[in-house]
Design a protein around this ligand. Structure first.
Ligand code: C5P
Length: 221
């Protein structure tokens, strides 16, 4: 029987990719499947938490035990929804692969094949996690993800400091068999002291429960 050690906790999770439109038929997105975030949403719910999942487009059905499920497309839409729900949350997990850039001039007509070259100008999107890091309350646990192809732990530690997170979940997306598009993952959990806890290769479902175990063991109240 699953222990209900997250009972009474409100958890906000972002998952999946975001999609930035170029014109009515084209967009910019990324390879995030959303699986890690959905498994976390499911596992937190099983452990008794009230989970709000804010997701970009994925092929996964949202777990039926969620408190709330919100679909978004763009990073700006995701930010707006996060800002509605973060205040009430005890634990905030930002596992979405948010597009760093959006198209500067969206074309409301399909762009025609007329020139040999075209230049697509991009503007920075807001960094949702970083903004939460600036406004979060002392008693809220803010968790970010770091998907890197090299120098994983160094970049992850830097992210933790820059974005004022309590924990960073680091995974190496250069390894073919784990991470993006896979049911498997292998992670390191890094805390504010810089302590690194390795979670060995396992299903994303299992990894989700290990992350919750870590939170349950290291944060009380
Ligand atoms: O800086 P980078 O995108 O690599 O950091 C990854 C972490 O930041 C993830 O937790 C991701 O959900 C979050 N993020 C965000 N908003 C962005 C970019 C990243 O919340 N615009």
């Amino acid at each position: 029987l699953t222990k209900k050690d997250m009972k009474g906790k409100k958890v906000l999770i972002t998952a999946g990719p975001t999609v930035e439109p170029i014109d009515p038929v084209r967009n910019i997105t990324n390879r995030s499947s959303g699986r890690m975030g959905y498994e976390l949403a499911r596992a937190f719910s099983y452990r008794g938490a009230e989970v709000t999942l804010i997701s970009g487009p994925t092929n996964i059905n949202p777990p039926y035990i969620l408190k709330r499920f919100i679909n978004v497309n763009t990073a700006l839409e995701m930010k707006n929804e996060v800002m509605k729900y973060y205040k009430n949350s005890d634990i905030i997990v930002m596992s979405a692969a948010v597009s760093d850039y959006k198209v500067k001039n969206y074309s409301n007509k399909k762009i025609k094949k007329e020139n040999e070259n075209i230049i697509l100008e991009l503007d920075r999107n807001p960094d949702i996690l970083k903004e939460l890091g600036k406004i979060k309350k002392e008693n809220q646990i803010l968790i970010g993800f770091a998907a890197e192809t090299n120098n994983l732990l160094n970049y992850a530690k830097r992210k933790l400091v820059e974005k004022n997170c309590d924990l960073i979940i680091a995974n190496d997306v250069s390894k073919k068999e784990i991470g993006f598009d896979s049911n498997l993952n292998e992670i390191d959990i890094i805390n504010k002291m810089g302590d690194v806890t390795h979670v060995k290769k396992s299903s994303k479902r299992d990894i989700a429960f290990r992350i919750i175990d870590y939170i349950a063991n290291n944060y009380s109240g």
